[in-house]
Design a protein around this ligand. Structure first.
Ligand SMILES: Cc1cc2nc3c(=O)[nH]c(=O)nc-3n(C[C@H](O)[C@H](O)[C@H](O)COP(=O)(O)O)c2cc1C
Length: 264
């Protein structure tokens, strides 16, 4: 939960808010976040869920569908199966205090749909800007109109992101959107990016294209999926080594200098 993550990261954690439909719940969560984190990220890249036919076929749902293939996969991964039995399935720890007790997966799915509304508008963002005194970042930008609104609303940063292409497959790639946004607004607001970054050279490209920070999602999940608790550290050590190698190859001393060394 927020408190534990803040403890582990010695106060450096950022909190990401999935906008609650109810303002009372929003305020309760914001209060806890403010006591523990300096940066709040609002998420605008999932206004509604994408139609993912592969996941429907594979039974990835709340609750997960038990197909013959899924059962075979569980049997084929005894370590995972035992760990899941010992520790239980993942849960939404931050939300636990606000959830009715004894919900099964089906009820949890209904609760999440009812409690959150991913659609943001300027009024919702302005209300949060009023309440949140720390740095405020909007994730999910892919066009200049929204970045201009973010600047007008007094936000401190934007994360150019298409949610890893996991919701809408028809938009521009994040690196493409980033180039215009960073060139035009990089001196007015902090511009960061995620989606599709997998390696050190990918991070270098992202920084060269004008981002001041690069985020990765699935690369860390793959690391944790393969190695468990050590997977996060292992992933970051590979990325660090790769990034350093790029810097040595092009004689770039500081990451901020990438735009002078790599083709944008
Ligand atoms: C399984 C999974 C769950 C995610 N859940 C969230 C979420 O709750 N909030 C959020 O802002 N992004 C979420 N994301 C998206 C990531 O924050 C990020 O935008 C995306 O993974 C970046 O692309 P990449 O995976 O190609 O690095 C999720 C991504 C994955 C793969």
């Amino acid at each position: 939960n927020i408190e534990r993550i803040a403890e582990l990261t010695e106060g450096h954690a950022w909190f990401q808010l999935y906008h609650p439909a109810d303002n009372d719940l929003r305020d309760k969560i914001l209060e806890r976040a403010a006591a523990n984190c300096q940066v709040l990220v609002m998420l605008s890249d999932v206004p509604t869920f994408g139609y993912r036919s592969k996941e429907i076929k594979n039974g990835l749902a709340m609750p997960p569908r038990m197909t013959f293939t899924n059962i075979l996969q569980i049997i084929g991964h005894p370590n995972w199966a035992i760990n899941t039995l010992v520790h239980g399935s993942p849960s939404f720890k931050v939300l636990k205090p606000y959830m009715p007790k004894g919900m099964n997966m089906h009820h949890l799915g209904l609760f999440m749909n009812k409690t959150f509304n991913g659609r943001l508008d300027e009024d919702k963002v302005a209300a949060i800007r009023d309440k949140w005194k720390g740095k405020l970042v909007m994730k999910g930008m892919s066009n200049e109109i929204d970045v201009e609104k973010a600047i007008k609303l007094g936000l401190d940063g934007v994360i150019v992101s298409n949610h890893g292409g996991r919701q809408l497959d028809a938009g521009p790639s994040s690196i493409y959107a980033l180039k215009n946004i960073a060139t035009k607004y990089g001196d007015k607001i902090k511009v960061m990016m995620d989606s599709g970054i997998r390696t050190g050279p990918d991070i270098a490209r992202t920084l060269a294209a004008g981002a001041q920070f690069a985020f990765l999602g699935r690369s860390f999940m793959y690391g944790v999926g393969a190695l468990g608790n050590d997977g996060g550290e292992h992933t970051i050590s590979i990325l660090k080594r790769q990034l350093q190698q790029v810097m040595e190859q092009i004689c770039c001393e500081k990451v901020e200098d990438f735009p002078q060394y790599l083709i944008k």
